[in-house]
Design a protein around this ligand. Structure first.
Ligand code: PMP
Length: 415
C-alpha cells in the first residue's frame, strides 16, 4: 500500500516548485530564513487550499442543508462534495465519514457514543504507552464513570511497541483497543495491521488515531479493517479545527447521538425528538463548511504530488537529518524504531528542551519542545520533555542543516 521507506522520491519530484506553493515559507522570522520543522503540530497550507477556502467564502457561502436558495445549494454541494472527496481518499462510503473538529473530537465521539453504553465494571480498554493525551483521556473519562480500567502496553527502548507485551494484555475483559498509527512524539509507525488482525480474531473493536499518518501513509479504510479511524485536516496541509471520524457504517447506524442541536434531528417536540441518520446524527449545529472544502482541497493537493513521493522524500530527509544530528555533541535521539515517520525527537546534555527551543527560534528554526501531549511516554523515557523536529513534504536539506547549525550554537551557548 505504501512506498517502501528506502525508496527515493521520483525524478520529477520538484521540491522548489512545491515550496513555492506555500507562501508562509517565505515569511522572515527573527529577521531571517524560516526552517519550519513543527509539522507534527500543524502543517503549513499550500496556495490551492488557501484559494479553495477563499473561493468558498467569496462564491459559495451560506448555511448548509436548510434553505432552497442558490447560495445554500452551493454551500451544501461544496460541503457534501467534500465528504465524497474525503470518502474517496479512504476508499470508503460517504456515510462512513463524520465531520468533526479534528482527531480529538472524533475520539471523544467514539468514547461517548460507542464505548460508553457498552462498558461494564471490570472491562478494559487497551492502549499503548505512546498515545497522545487525546487518545487516553476520553477513554479514561468513560472508564472511570463505568468502573472500567485503562491498560497500556509497554514501549521498547527504541520507541517501538512491545508487540508481545501488547498481545499479552489482550484478554476477555478487553472491550476496546485504541492505538496511534504514527507516534507524534517519536515517529514510530505502529504495526496496526497485525494489531487489528489480532483484535478482530477476538471480536474487539479498534480505533486507529491517524492524526499523524494521514499526510504520510495511504489508508484504505476497508482494507485496514479498523472499526474507527480519526484524522485532523491541519496536519495534512488543510485548515485547523476540522477533521473526521471514519467509521464502519454498522457502528454509526447503531450509535446514539452525542451532541444535540440543529441538523442532527428528524423531528423535535418538547416531549421527544427523533434522530437523523448517520453521519448527520453526529453533526449537530452549523458545520465548518470552509473547513470541509479546505480539507478536500488539501487531499487533492497531496494526491497531485503523490503520497508515495511525499513519503519517500520525507524518509530521505529523516535519514539525512538523523545523520546530521548524530554529529551534534551531547544529543540523544529518543525514538529510533526501524519503521519510523519524519520525526526527530531528542534531548541534549547542554540544557533543557525549552532552552534549546528558545535558542533555535533565534536562528529561525521552528520546533516543538515539551511533552508533546504524551506525558506517560516522557515518563517511560525518564525525560520531562524533548525537542521535536518534524518533517513535511516542503522541508529541504537547508532546513535540516539550519537545525543542526543552530543546535551546535545552542550546545556551545549553554555549555
Ligand atoms: N493524536 C495525535 C497522535 C496527535 O499528534 C494529535 C495532535 N497533536 C492529536 C491526536 C490531536 O489532534 P487535534 O489536536 O487536531 O484534535
Amino acid at each position: 500500500m505504501n512506498a517502501p521507506l528506502t525508496e527515493r522520491p521520483p525524478s520529477n519530484f520538484d521540491l522548489d516548485r512545491i515550496r513555492a506553493q506555500f507562501p508562509i515559507l517565505a515569511e522572515p522570522v527573527r529577521g531571517g530564513r524560516l526552517a519550519y520543522l513543527d509539522n507534527a503540530a500543524t502543517t503549513q497550507k499550500p496556495d490551492a487550499v488557501l484559494a479553495a477556502i477563499d473561493h468558498y467564502y467569496r462564491h459559495q457561502n451560506s448555511n448548509v442543508h436548510r434553505a432552497v436558495h442558490d447560495l445554500a445549494e452551493r454551500a451544501t454541494t461544496a460541503y457534501e462534495g467534500a465528504r465524497d472527496r474525503i470518502a474517496r481518499w479512504f476508499n470508503t462510503q460517504r456515510e462512513e465519514i463524520v465531520f468533526t473538529r479534528g482527531t480529538t473530537e472524533a475520539i471523544n465521539l467514539v468514547a461517548y457514543s460507542f464505548l460508553r453504553p457498552r462498558l461494564q465494571p471490570g472491562d478494559e480498554v487497551l492502549l499503548t504507552g505512546m498515545e497522545h493525551h487525546s487518545n487516553i483521556v476520553p477513554w479514561q473519562l468513560v472508564a472511570k464513570e463505568k468502573g472500567a480500567k485503562i491498560v497500556a502496553a509497554p514501549v521498547l527502548d527504541d520507541g517501538s511497541l512491545d508487540f508481545d507485551g501488547w498481545l499479552a494484555r489482550l484478554n476477555e475483559r478487553t472491550k476496546f483497543i485504541a492505538v496511534v498509527h504514527i507516534s507524534n512524539s517519536l515517529g514510530t509507525v505502529n504495526p496496526v495491521e497485525q494489531m487489528i488482525a489480532a483484535a478482530r480474531a477476538r471480536g474487539i473493536p479498534v480505533l486507529v488515531d491517524g492524526a499523524q499518518s494521514v499526510a504520510h501513509l495511504a489508508v484504505d479504510f476497508p482494507a485496514l479493517g479498523a472499526d474507527f479511524f480519526t484524522c485532523s485536516a491541519h496536519k495534512a496541509y488543510g485548515p485547523t479545527g476540522f477533521g473526521c471520524l471514519v467509521a464502519k457504517r454498522e457502528h454509526l447506524d447503531a450509535m446514539p447521538p452525542w451532541h444535540g442541536g440543529g441538523d442532527m434531528i428528524r423531528t423535535v417536540s418538547f416531549e421527544e425528538s427523533t434522530w437523523n441518520e448517520a453521519p448527520y446524527r453526529f453533526e449537530a449545529g452549523t458545520p465548518d463548511m470552509a473547513g470541509a472544502v479546505g480539507f478536500a482541497a488539501a487531499l487533492d493537493w497531496i494526491e497531485s504530488v503523490g503520497l508515495q513521493a511525499i513519503a519517500a522524500h520525507e524518509h530521505q530527509l529523516l535519514v539525512e537529518g538523523t545523520a546530521l544530528l548524530a554529529e551534534v555533541p551531547g544529543l540523544r535521539m529518543i525514538g529510533t524504531a526501524k519503521n519510523k515517520g519524519g520525526v526527530m525527537s531528542f534531548v541534549m546534555t547542554a540544557g533543557h528542551a525549552q532552552d534549546i527551543g528558545t535558542i533555535l527560534d533565534q536562528y529561525g528554526v521552528a520546533v516543538r519542545t515539551g511533552h508533546h501531549c504524551t506525558m506517560p511516554l516522557m515518563t517511560r523515557f525518564g525525560v520531562p520533555a524533548t525537542v521535536r523536529a518534524s518533517l513535511a513534504v516542503y522541508n529541504n536539506r537547508d532546513d535540516i542543516e539550519q537545525l543542526a547549525m543552530a543546535l551546535r550554537k545552542a550546545s556551545r551557548l549553554l555549555a
